[in-house]
Design a protein around this ligand. Structure first.
Ligand SMILES: C[S@@+](CC[C@H](N)C(=O)[O-])C[C@H]1O[C@@H](n2cnc3c(N)ncnc32)[C@H](O)[C@@H]1O
Length: 413
């Protein structure tokens, strides 16, 4: 038998890493050893399996008498999702069997993998589309249903299952040949992007990848030209790039040194400048005209592009993050010049990390006000009661959705 496709093998390692070790998809150093195209295929395959996990388990349960050993189960899940979503039956089945045959723990299950996947190849595709849209795990579904109701959560789950398009933010003019749709908020949604680093304008730094919703917190600051602006949790730097491109004097701060290397690379590629500081936002000192606090959070608004997130953990850290967000917000307010503007943002779907943070900050800080956004691209349904914006993955369904985000502009006299 021939060697299994390296991308399929890598996708399986990624699945083991997320489902058995609770680590995010992005943290696998072994991926670095693959060629860029194979790396992209492995990441795509693993993401597709995670999105369709509930359906795959349902189909596989019809052919298994007991739950197999974890690595075997993941081989079957990988094969099942590929077979049910258009993968060529012979290639998928023989690769999965070969992967099983090569592993010490899995070689005894080679026959099982072969038999089950042959049945899936014959019957699975017809079953797949009739199964319900996969649900979020309970730890996340429950607080979201409490906050938004079951209907909205079902729509969010559909958006997660559909995945995310690739959006870019332009530094200035749109480069010739960059194909995509101009969104009402100014981002470009790419058509069939493939490998983005070969697209027109990438190497010349004319744009960077950034979800349309993630581009909005900086846009809420409007004209920042010539202002001293602190980007308080900056890495990997999408918002620092926006601020620098808009002419702000940016101090870009983040706790993570390796992530700050990416901010430097991004600035260099785009020919933009910012002062980079590696450090703890809670200890940073200075006075700024404007501050962007894109606080660390559950990142539950990004599940469309990070389908590992609901599976890699059980939300254990969320209460810790909520505490950190309010300390950061208090400290950020102490760094804001009188009359300055602060945008508080989180890529979370959980109101405790968004609306509630702002409501509680207003109660803690007399004189603090929310400035409801007046930009013409703001849709009325995005507005939240306390004056911020609530964006959800189920918004813009015809356009391909957007990341979940919360953002509000604060000022103090
Ligand atoms: C949501 S991400 C920021 C994304 C970034 N604003 C962008 O647009 O590319 C949150 C960041 O907060 C950083 N962070 C976490 N704790 C921090 C702290 N105490 N001080 C500074 N940065 C911190 C993390 O390293 C992470 O890069």
């Amino acid at each position: 038998m021939s060697a299994p496709h390296p991308a399929r093998l890598a996708a399986l390692d990624l699945l083991d890493q997320v489902l058995e070790r609770g680590l995010p998809l992005s943290e696998d150093a072994r991926l670095e050893r693959l060629a860029p195209a194979e790396r992209a295929t492995a990441a795509r395959l693993a993401a597709e399996v995670l999105r369709g996990l509930e359906r795959a388990d349902k189909i596989l349960s019809g052919y298994l008498r007991k739950t197999p050993e974890p690595r075997v189960r993941n081989i079957l899940r990988l094969g099942c999702v590929e077979l049910c979503t258009g993968g060529a039956a012979h290639g998928v089945v023989s690769d999965c069997v070969e992967i099983a045959a090569r592993g010490k723990v899995t070689q005894g299950a080679k026959g099982l993998v072969n038999a089950v996947l042959r049945k899936v190849a014959a019957e699975g595709p017809a079953i797949w589309g009739k199964l319900r849209v996969p649900r979020l795990p309970k730890w996340l579904r429950k607080p979201l249903v409490d906050a938004w109701g079951p209907q909205v959560v079902a729509e969010m789950e559909r958006a997660h299952f559909n995945g995310a398009p690739v959006d870019v933010t332009l530094k200035g003019a749109r480069p010739e040949g960059l194909e995509g749709t101009l969104l009402p908020t100014g981002s470009i949604r790419l058509e069939n992007p493939g490998q983005v680093s070969v697209l027109p304008g990438f190497s010349s730094g004319d744009w960077w990848v950034q979800d349309a919703a993630a581009a909005l917190p900086v846009k809420l600051l409007d004209n920042v030209s010539g202002l001293e602006v602190l980007d308080m949790c900056a890495a990997p730097g999408g918002k620092t790039l926006q601020l620098a491109a808009a002419g702000a004097k940016v101090t870009s701060l983040d706790l993570s040194e390796p992530r700050m290397v990416r901010v430097r690379e991004n600035l260099d590629r785009c020919g933009l400048e910012a002062t980079l500081v590696v450090g703890d936002a809670l200890e940073h000192q200075g006075q700024y005209d404007a501050i962007l606090l894109d606080a660390p959070c559950s990142a539950t608004g990004t599940i469309r592009r990070h389908p590992d997130l609901p599976h890699a953990h059980q939300g254990e850290k969320i209460s810790e993050l909520i505490g950190l967000q309010s300390w950061m917000l208090d400290h950020a307010l102490s760094l804001l010049k009188p009359g300055g503007r602060l945008v508080f943002a989180t890529c979370s779907l959980i109101p405790d990390e968004g609306e509630c943070q702002v409501e509680e900050a207003l109660a803690r800080h007399p004189g603090l006000r929310v400035l409801p956004p007046e930009q013409d691209w703001v849709e009325e349904r995005w507005r939240s009661e306390e004056g911020g914006l609530r964006l959800r993955p189920d918004f813009w369904p015809q356009r391909g959705g957007m990341d979940g985000f919360y953002m509000a502009v604060l000022t103090r006299s």
